[in-house]
Write a protein that binds this ligand. Structure first.
Ligand code: PGA
Ligand code: ZN
Length: 402
């Protein structure tokens, strides 16, 4: 039934106009899975290695796919183990993390399809987690950093509709905040261009962005009665200057201690529920110090570039008490098994997990299923744009099963 009969790889277009890899797997019984690799712009230095699409596909056809044919798609651990064996490196630079993640996810989808199950049911129902709810959407409404030119220093100003009763209401609440922000920007005579993830990318200071998002979330709360909290992805590795040992903002520079104090004060002032990468990716101690600085609050202190979805890096973080939340991007680590192991380790240690898109995306909606199946508290996937709403609309569909 779930034996793999056919595998196909192709190069397709991503949301930034770059090539990316799509994999298709068919089982002997006709089960079919298709998945695409996303790509980052503010990538962590410890992420798995992405290869040139044409070269990676040509190599895979000869060296990798013959080893995968006839495997049992329902044995995900076995499938992912073969990916690692053929790859033979620590960071997937042999076969390419883009080839690996597309194949690994397509395999799970083929196995689910062969058993007439949705992916979230296949992974969530049979596994450790008996799933019965969907995550809240974490949406990017104003952005700069590596995702837009001449915009904010902080990469992402995010919103979380904590007062929403269900996923559908939550998704539309974030969209309403996004709309209200445009109106505020127009009223202030600011530009309304968008960054790579569909967030507004005006030429404004970080402090003005805080004011605007606050005004918009207050307006939406008045209109709908739904509480919306704020969050940030500081993406601070992009600002870190190792020579100066400072975080370099357009408005000035901050030492690690100053960065911690600055962000902790913002957390209080704007009641931040979520802060990602406040401290750069090599500084576990600084990350731990920041986590301690906000420990009196309910703030999720999330590691993206710090952990890169890597269980070994997360284990260091747990030991040092760096953060209390892990960003999960399957393409950072390359296989579903590795992704699952990191999530499992996080939950065992009492860390929350947030499933995430990348800034370069396709209409692939797999992460909505993974977030649900693995019990992530949030799904980070933007607010508008075809490749972002692909995930959000899938969340609405998944929720109808509960
Ligand atoms: P990336 O950005 O996909 O460009 O890495 C997203 C993030 O930093 O969370
Ligand atoms: Zn990030």
């Amino acid at each position: 039934m779930t034996e793999i009969a056919d595998i196909y790889l192709r190069k397709i277009l991503d949301s930034r106009g770059n090539p990316t890899i799509e994999a298709e797997i068919t089982t002997v019984s006709g089960g079919f899975g298709r998945a695409c690799a996303p790509s980052g712009a503010s990538t962590g230095i410890y992420e798995a290695h992405v290869r040139d699409c044409d070269e990676a596909i040509a190599d895979a056809k000869i060296k990798l796919l013959p080893h995968l044919l006839e495997l049992d798609a329902a044995d995900q651990f076995g499938f992912d183990e073969v990916l690692h064996e053929v790859d033979g490196t620590e960071n997937l630079s042999g076969i390419g993390a883009n080839v690996a993640v597309a194949l690994s996810l397509a395999n799970a989808k083929a196995a689910a399809s062969a058993q007439n199950l949705e992916l979230f049911q296949y992974l969530g129902g049979n596994g450790l987690y008996q799933v019965h709810n969907t995550p809240l959407p974490l949406g990017n409404v104003i952005g700069g950093g590596a995702h837009a030119v001449d915009a904010t220093d902080i990469q992402e100003f995010l919103v979380i509709p904590t007062g929403a009763g269900n996923s559908a209401e939550a998704v539309f609440t974030n969209a309403l905040v996004h709309k209200r922000i445009k109106e505020i920007l127009v009223a202030r005579g600011k530009g309304c261009g968008k960054g790579d993830e569909g967030a507004w990318a005006p030429h404004i200071s970080d402090l003005e962005a805080f004011e605007i998002v606050k005004e918009a979330t207050d307006k939406v709360a008045d209109e709908t009665g739904i509480e919306v909290r704020m969050g940030l992805d500081v993406a601070s590795s992009e600002m870190w200057n190792a020579e100066k040992q400072r975080y370099v903002y357009k408005t000035g520079e901050r030492t690690t201690e100053e960065q911690i104090a600055y962000l902790a004060e913002l957390a209080d002032q704007y009641d931040l529920l979520y802060i990602e990468d406040p401290i750069q990716e090599e500084d576990f101690e600084g990350f731990a110090a920041f986590t301690k600085a906000v420990e009196n609050r309910d703030t999720l202190v999330c590691g993206d570039d710090l952990f890169v979805t890597n269980a070994a890096r997360l284990a260091i973080g747990i030991e040092k008490e760096a953060g209390n939340c892990v960003l999960i991007k399957p393409n950072q680590i390359g296989t579903l098994t590795d992704t699952f192991e990191t999530i499992q380790l996080a939950h065992e240690a009492g860390y929350e997990t947030v499933m995430s898109h990348r800034s370069g995306e396709t209409t692939d909606n797999t992460i909505a299923h993974l977030a649900t199946a693995f019990g992530c508290c949030l799904l980070k996937s933007g607010v508008v744009g075809g490749e972002r709403i692909a995930k959000l609309n899938e969340l609405i569909r998944i929720e109808e099963h509960f």
